[in-house]
Design a protein around this ligand. Structure first.
Ligand SMILES: Nc1nc2c(c(=O)[nH]1)N[C@H]1C(S)=C(S)[C@@H](COP(=O)(O)OP(=O)(O)OC[C@H]3O[C@@H](n4cnc5c(=O)[nH]c(N)nc54)[C@H](O)[C@@H]3O)O[C@H]1N2
Ligand SMILES: Nc1nc2c(c(=O)[nH]1)N[C@H]1C(S)=C(S)[C@@H](COP(=O)(O)OP(=O)(O)OC[C@H]3O[C@@H](n4cnc5c(=O)[nH]c(N)nc54)[C@H](O)[C@@H]3O)O[C@H]1N2
Ligand code: SF4
Ligand SMILES: [Mo]
Length: 887
């Protein structure tokens, strides 16, 4: 978009202005246009001019306007749970950090930061810890996310760089997805592939995932690989590339080292470990080997593994052996998770890196950074990686900890131990949007940071595109930008000159200048062309892919000249071998964990949006039908999953999408939204030896039915805090829905409901059947329905969407649990953008004889905006037509 179309510094979107900014969720990094509706509400649209999305947005991006409310935000700093002013809070933080360092040395303190910080925030945090405090104890949640790819890239390319660009996904003739649920986790990239495949049906897609995910919808071939065996598969591919004469010998001779060793290691591995059918393997080999233009996309099924780095290199080996890298439509493509996962890697946010792709353990690199920062103290060795860092916190070795923009009490493996470690730490500071996150609750000091829509700075997406996040509203309450908070603490610690920043533009210019010095060391991350960007140019900065050695450069693919960033200039192929399967404890299942379409991580923002909660409203466990029978689990019942580390109670979803012996659970639920469902408390802290990344997809868990005495479903105008064995709550438009279960049957359901809804004076109506053990209770206040509870010895069957819509009703129709014949029940939401339920869709398919997903879109709008629900629509269509055919 032409820079003139947005104001340079916007404090509030006012009618008629449009702000160009970037989505704060996944690493696709979509451009967003924010403006104001006539009613004064934020209006969010995809930016047609942003190269990442060309106008598209997914369900989460489209719902950004619903997450901006000040509701739930922390408005002022808090010390020991009491609100205070910034001076008192920051003096305390500076004093405690200085004092701890003076008494116990710089390594007794740590920062744990996040790939959701903006580059400017990240740069300042890293500078403070590594250059001034003099410790490398700053690690980031990217350790849980991208560390194996960082390590794999560095081993192969000598630099942590994604070679490809998004256009490669459209130009490829074959896309192989490995451990990536792109349809749900990078929906706009997925939609770009869907569109490309539609335009060019010869394009093929292979999906390698133990689970049959929504991404399989466009797959010509799904390989349900035995979990953890990707190295064996790609080693087999490499040896077949060789056997079938598909090597690019010239590329190998001129640009690669390590080929022989890699091939030998690959050839001695057996593909049997993958458990795949012979014909599937043959088809995979013939497609991959036979298709020159091939992109291999990989994500957490690769990274989050005790063999994650080897998995990455096994994939890179195949691309190097065929010379399929740095060319249009070809290359390995790590899709990044967080909006600024890449920016964080570039500023050296990981404990083993320095800024601008420089290495902490390289004396020349260190010297350059030290001189540039005029740094009083620089660490010479890598700091503690996330898992080790929290273990050190637990041991008391880290005595002051500052957590910024991440929620480790939920997202770290062995989350209960991490929670206990944080709570036992002498001094904990948390910078967050709210003070009610599981981590913020444990802090001595909570600092209110500005969030998306208020923040101002840059992020880098998966294809190295640097884009601006621009403010669309003024900071909520007294909240301050992360870079500003960190700089202020640094100044109070005595480093006023080095942290005298007043604007993010100043920080960016300094960072860009440092990258020029890094380039002098032969590093590829060079944005020095931006080191004298004026404030106005920074305000107007349009998405630009690095390297940016001169002001106007717009880079494309990396490594297209066959030159890499190793000392020899050649890429390394690595000898890697499939590690033997871990021994399985009897009666346990392998716990795979991951994401759902409409929630973002620990739900602190997405759970504020009613429509995002309506897709999947509670934590669940996918169990294979045969396993469900063996354990004694029926659909929609509750199960307790436990491991030596912890336990969780989850809704049972019986499905053959998961393999026998494996179960899957989402990562999102926290103590804010469920009684006992933080899934990472079950995950042990086994890590990849090279990258330090936890294996979040392979815990062994025991599963048993919960068999509660009663199940419940409640709607309420206000959020409720049940004291039951199981509860999970979700906001919906106009109120809350809560699922419940408990072991004790109340003597008096009406009294129970009054206390549950904290409405002692409410008017109560009920239908109670003691014989069946069912109860339905409705509470009215001032003539309006404020709460309703449905209880039953089996999972409650009511029309949840219809029931939820009854809040505020004057009558007691809700007690029926189902709508009358004249009132349709939309059913569970499938399309979050237009709020279309499954029953509405099925009815329309039957009534209007809809045959395609497009026709559903025309009839109901469903699936016609972000497209994330199109795989589900296809499945509903298929089910409806099979039913019609059977009738
Ligand atoms: N909706 C939504 N989107 C998101 C996020 C979110 O929270 N919500 N988070 C963002 C972030 S930070 C990240 S990192 C990305 C993650 O994006 P993805 O990596 O796509 O997401 P996951 O669901 O963690 O895992 C991907 C798949 O790996 C599979 N898998 C498990 N074990 C193996 C294995 O051994 N081999 C193979 N081949 N596959 C395996 C799982 O079954 C799962 O389907 O998503 C980003 N996008
Ligand atoms: N079992 C299991 N565990 C996992 C994973 C998995 O697949 N399985 N995935 C891992 C991965 S890939 C990731 S990326 C992590 C994500 O895990 P986390 O980083 O812990 O999750 P988020 O909910 O994104 O946490 C971000 C926090 O920052 C706050 N916040 C938002 N914006 C701002 C801001 O601008 N400034 C500040 N200061 N705070 C802000 C939010 O309110 C929220 O509390 O989880 C990891 N954990
Ligand atoms: S794909 Fe969705 S979540 Fe990811 S950046 Fe784009 S709009 Fe945001
Ligand atoms: Mo991530």
């Amino acid at each position: 978009m032409d820079g003139a179309d947005f104001p340079a510094a916007v404090s509030d979107i006012t009618a008629g202005t449009t702000v160009c900014t970037t989505c704060p969720y996944c690493g696709v990094g979509c451009g967003v246009l924010a403006s104001q509706s006539d009613a004064g509400d934020p209006k969010i649209k995809g930016d047609p001019a942003h190269p990442a999305n060309l106008g598209r947005l997914c369900s989460k991006g489209s719902a950004l306007g619903e997450t901006l409310s000040p509701d739930g935000r922390l408005l002022a700093p808090q010390v020991d749970g009491q609100s205070t002013d910034w001076d008192s809070a920051l003096d305390l933080v500076a004093h405690r950090f200085k004092d701890t360092i003076a008494k116990h040395g710089p390594d007794s303190v740590a920062f744990y930061v996040s790939g959701q910080l903006l580059t400017e925030d990240y740069y300042v945090a890293n500078k403070l810890m590594k250059g001034f405090i003099g410790s490398a104890n700053i690690d980031t949640n990217s350790r849980l996310c991208m560390a194996s790819t960082v390590a794999g890239h560095k081993r192969a390319f000598g630099t942590d760089t994604v070679p490809g660009i998004y256009e490669d996904l459209e130009q490829a003739d074959l896309i192989t997805l490995v451990g990536s649920n792109l349809a749900w986790c990078h929906p706009v990239l997925y939609q770009r592939i869907v569109a490309a495949k539609k335009a060019r049906p010869s394009m093929k897609v292979i999906n390698i995932d133990p689970r049959r995910t929504a991404t399989c919808d466009i797959a010509d071939l799904h390989l349900p690989i035995a979990p953890g065996t990707d190295v064996a598969l790609f080693n087999h591919l490499l040896s077949e590339i060789h056997q079938q004469g598909a090597l690019d010998s010239e590329f190998i001779a001129n640009h690669v080292t390590g080929f022989e060793d890699a091939l030998n290691a690959a050839s001695s591995d057996s593909v049997a470990a993958t458990g795949l059918r012979h014909e599937d393997i043959t088809r995979f080999l013939s497609l991959w080997i036979g298709t020159e233009k091939t992109v291999t996309i990989f994500s957490q099924g690769v990274n989050q593994s005790s063999q994650g780095t080897d998995k990455v290199n096994a994939i890179l080996n195949c691309h190097l052996a065929t010379g399929r890298i740095g060319k249009p439509g070809m290359g390995p493509f790590s899709v990044t998770g967080q909006p600024n996962a890449m920016g964080g890697r570039e500023v050296g946010g990981l404990a083993n890196m320095l800024a601008c792709h420089l290495d902490i353990e390289n004396p020349a690199h260190r010297m350059t950074v030290r001189d540039f920062w005029d740094a009083p103290a620089m660490p010479e060795v890598a700091g503690l990686k996330a898992v080790d860092l929290f273990e050190a916190v637990g041991r008391g070795d880290i005595k002051a900890l500052w957590v910024m923009c991440t929620n480790p009490a939920v997202s770290m493996p062995d989350a209960d131990a991490v929670r206990d470690a944080i709570s036992g730490c002498d001094f904990v500071v948390v910078s967050d949007l709210s003070n009610t996150t599981d981590t913020a609750r444990l802090a001595d000091v909570v600092l209110p940071a500005t969030g998306w829509g208020e923040k101002d700075g840059t992020v880098t997406n998966s294809e190295r595109m640097i884009s601006r996040q621009r403010p669309i509203t003024a900071p909520v309450g007294d909240s301050r930008h992360d870079w500003d908070i960190i700089s202020d603490v640094a100044r109070r610690m005595g480093w006023a000159d080095a942290f005298a920043y007043e604007t993010p533009a100043e920080i960016f210019r300094e960072y860009a200048a440092l990258s020029g010095l890094a380039a002098g060391h032969g590093r590829d991350f060079d944005i020095s062309g931006l080191s004298d960007l004026s404030d106005k140019d920074y305000a107007l900065f349009a998405p630009t892919r690095w390297p940016i050695p001169t002001k106007d450069s717009q880079s494309s693919r990396m490594f297209s000249d066959g030159k890499f960033f190793t000392p020899s200039g050649r890429a390394n192929m690595l000898a890697v071998s499939q590690s033997p399967a871990a021994s399985e404890t009897a009666n346990t299942f392998r716990l795979n964990t991951g994401r759902i379409r409409d929630q973002w991580h620990t739900m602190t923002r997405t759970a504020k949006s009613p429509r995002l909660n309506s897709h999947m409203g509670e934590p669940f466990l996918e169990v294979h039908p045969q396993d469900a029978v063996a354990i004694g689990l029926s659909p929609a019942s509750l199960a307790r999953a436990s491991s030596p580390q912890g336990s969780a109670i989850l809704r049972v979803l019986v499905t053959d999408r998961v393999q026998q012996g494996s179960v899957f659970a989402p990562i999102h639920w926290t103590s804010e939204y469920t009684g006992n469902g933080r899934i990472s408390s079950l995950v042990n802290n086994q890590t990849d030896a090279i990258s330090g990344q936890p294996d979040s997809k392979a815990a062994r868990v025991h599963i048993e039915p919960l068999n509660p005495a009663w199940y419940g479903f409640a709607i309420s105008a206000q959020s409720i805090d049940p004291d039951t064995t199981y509860w999970a709550k979700a906001r919906h438009s106009g109120g809350w829905r809560t699922e419940l279960a408990d072991n004790t049957i109340p003597d008096d359901w009406e009294a129970y409901a009054r206390s549950l809804f904290a409405a002692t004076d409410a008017e109560v109506s009920s239908v109670i059947d003691p014989k069946k053990g069912t109860a339905r209770v409705a509470l009215h206040q001032d003539g309006q329905l404020v709460g309703a509870l449905f209880a039953s010895p089996t999972p409650v069957s009511v029309a949840r969407s219809w029931v939820s819509g009854r809040l505020g009703d004057a009558d007691t129709a809700v007690l029926a649990g189902f709508p009358g014949a004249d009132q349709p029940d939309p059913g569970a939401t499938v399309c979050a953008c237009f709020n279309v339920g499954i029953n509405t869709i099925t009815d329309a398919i039957t009534a209007q004889n809809l045959m395609t997903v497009e026709q559903i879109g025309i009839a109901l709008e469903a699936g016609s905006n972000c497209g994330s629900c199109r795989p589900e629509l296809a499945a509903i269509l298929q089910a409806a037509h099979s039913k019609i055919a059977a009738e």
